[in-house]
Design a binder for this molecule. Structure first.
Ligand SMILES: Cc1ncc(COP(=O)(O)O)c(C=O)c1O
Length: 360
């Protein structure tokens, strides 16, 4: 069977080149005589893989030396708790922007550990846009201010970062990390599940300014304590060794594409191809407000739920997989992370036009 264009939201498509290298190295990695999966995480060979992967993250995102880069288990959801446990202790307070299901979940999790203020929410409109922020609502002595840069389910993205002054900005970048240029210095911490734009599922990347360490709540489990995990090089215990190796292959591929600066331009073009089809049609309707549109998750509807189902079924039969929208939105969602080639996006655009003609 041929590989399809996989529009899944995560776990998601990975670069074919990276998968092919993994296939070649599956049984024997280099001169080790064993698979990466079989290596001790304390071995020299594995440490080199780990260091290379961390180096690529630092290089691709231009991460300053005084920021820690960690690969931690428990996914982005584990980090919802870790953010609060590590940071809220400074003043006991934190601000959250409720821009989607995961932002909401992070906020609910944080409420277990301190005084959490929801400074803005678009829940009432089912998160079709990024909330409008009013600085007067921000808590001046918050330990941190939390946003979700890209809302995977609803297909929205911040086009501008909030100015939080001296309050550290913390971002869940799970679905748009490495897809566009961000100045890491503007953030106190960044968390991201790996399974969308980094590599396979199995860990979250945490990028954190070490200056913020030292306020972990006493109840913080060691595996979620950033200061401890930073000191231990993410290896207090066994890390997800193979997932980190695979992420390294994907990041190497990204570097070969010209890095984040180059892929951002491709991502802008890819998203435009799909939004142009939606905007030039009176058949399709975008789910997100145009000003808040995501470049990674394009959400849209056909004129009816029946046609949505037909669209997804026929697209799947045409080799365009996983286009069904999330149940909180319905309709369709095309996730077009870094690894989705322009050819896949163009194939989807052509399919959309054909489907419109046949079903209008
Ligand atoms: C923006 C965002 N945050 C958090 C998560 C949760 O990630 P995980 O499943 O790694 O906990 C997701 C998963 O889809 C997501 O899209």
């Amino acid at each position: 069977m041929e590989r399809v264009f996989n529009f899944a939201a995560g776990p998601a498509a990975m670069p074919e080149e990276a998968l092919a290298i993994a296939q070649k190295e599956l049984l024997c990695y280099g001169s080790t005589g064993m698979s990466v999966m079989e290596m001790s995480h304390r071995s020299k060979a594995y440490q080199a893989i780990f260091d290379k992967t961390e180096g690529l993250v630092r290089d691709l995102m231009h991460i300053p030396e005084d920021y820690s880069v960690m690969f931690l288990q428990g996914g982005a959801t584990g980090q919802f708790a870790a953010v609060a446990m590590n940071l809220i202790g400074k003043t006991g307070k934190a601000d959250y922007v409720d821009s989607g299901n995961f932002a909401h979940g992070a906020m609910v999790e944080a409420k277990k550990y301190g005084e959490v203020k929801c400074v803005a929410s678009t829940e009432a409109s089912n998160y079709t846009s990024i909330p409008t922020l009013n600085k007067a609502d921000f808590t001046p002595d918050a330990s941190y201010f939390y946003i979700t840069t890209n809302n995977t389910i609803f297909g929205t993205r911040y086009s501008e970062l909030p100015d939080t002054g001296d309050v550290p900005l913390v971002a869940d970048m799970s679905s748009n990390i490495l897809s566009e240029v961000y100045d890491v210095k503007k953030f106190g911490a960044i968390i991201a599940g790996a399974q969308k734009n980094i590599g396979p599922a199995g860990f979250a990347i945490v990028i954190a300014d070490r200056k913020l360490f030292g306020h972990a709540l006493p109840c913080t489990p060691s595996v979620l304590d950033w200061k401890i995990m930073d000191k231990k090089g993410s290896m207090l215990n066994t890390p997800p060794t193979y997932a980190i190796y695979m992420a390294g292959l994907c990041l190497e591929w990204l570097k070969n594409q010209g890095g984040v600066e180059a892929i951002e331009q491709v991502n802008i073009e890819k998203a435009k191809v799909l939004y142009d089809v939606i905007d030039n049609s009176d058949f399709y309707r975008g789910a997100a407000d145009p000003a808040s549109r995501s470049r990674m998750n394009v959400t849209f509807f056909s004129p009816s739920a029946e046609l949505d189902a037909k669209f997804v079924a026929e697209a799947t039969a045409s080799g365009l997989a996983n286009l069904k929208g999330h149940r909180l939105v319905n309709g369709m969602r095309a996730s077009i992370y870094n690894s989705m080639p322009m050819a896949g996006v163009k194939a989807l655009a052509e399919f959309m036009k054909k489907f419109e003609m046949e079903n209008k």
